[in-house]
Write a protein that binds this ligand. Structure first.
Ligand code: CA
Length: 219
């Protein structure tokens, strides 16, 4: 299991990381909100653990930003304040769990394991949208195999059939933040995906919506 842990209290973080490593959990550590946000946008983690009170960018801001940019990685919020308000805010912004400080590392481990199981269950899932049948585990669309990037884009499109997905969202979700200025990648992979849609028996098309991005339509 790969975990991103964003926490500015270094002594606490070191103790937690030591114990997580003993549980064979692979931890990437960020000690401020800026680094945390940059890492959280990459599709490298099974769970993200976010402290709320952080220098530069707060945990809540990180959470809000990554969800807006289409990152669905499960998030556990940590708060020293144990305030109901923080908990509600966190859950409203799309956190999956909440842990008040001080906490026992065993409790954190149990919650990490519970959340890390979720995406595994989701990968066994078959998503159906009209005449499209997408098998997440095998990355096949109506029997045709998709590449990693094609699959990432397709998942975003079929999970959001009612709204357009922007190039920025696709870049952030599929490539991570380092590809920020290379929107050409998205266009290239959208064209690959269009080709594959033509090859299979479907009414689905990817429509370009000017200045908004892409949307899946059936015609
Ligand atoms: Ca803190």
């Amino acid at each position: 299991m790969r975990v991103l842990y964003v926490e500015d209290e270094k002594i606490l973080a070191e103790a937690v990381i030591y114990l997580l490593k003993k549980e064979k959990i692979d931890v990437t550590y960020a000690e401020d909100g800026e680094t945390g946000l940059e890492l959280a946008l990459k599709p490298n983690y099974d769970v993200i653990v976010l402290d709320i009170m952080l220098p530069k960018i707060s945990g809540l801001e990180i959470l809000e930003t990554i969800r807006k940019r289409g990152v669905q990685t499960p998030v556990i919020m940590l708060s020293a304040l144990n305030e109901v308000e923080d908990k509600i805010k966190g859950l409203n912004y799309g956190a999956d769990d909440y842990l008040a400080k001080p906490f026992k590392t065993a409790e954190l481990v149990a919650r990490l394991r519970a959340l890390a199981r979720r995406p595994a269950e989701m990968t066994a899932e078959i998503i159906e949208l009209k005449d499209l049948k997408y098998d997440k585990a095998n990355r096949t669309l109506n029997g045709t195999t998709l590449t990693d990037k094609e699959a990432g884009i397709l998942e975003m499109l079929i999970n959001n059939p009612d709204s357009a997905i922007t190039k920025e969202q696709i870049l952030a979700h599929v490539w991570g933040v380092e590809a920020e200025f290379d929107e050409n990648y998205v266009e290239v992979y959208i064209s690959y995906l269009r080709k594959k849609l033509k090859e299979i028996d479907t009414k689905a098309k990817i429509k370009t919506i000017r200045s908004l991005g892409y949307k899946i339509i059936f015609e």
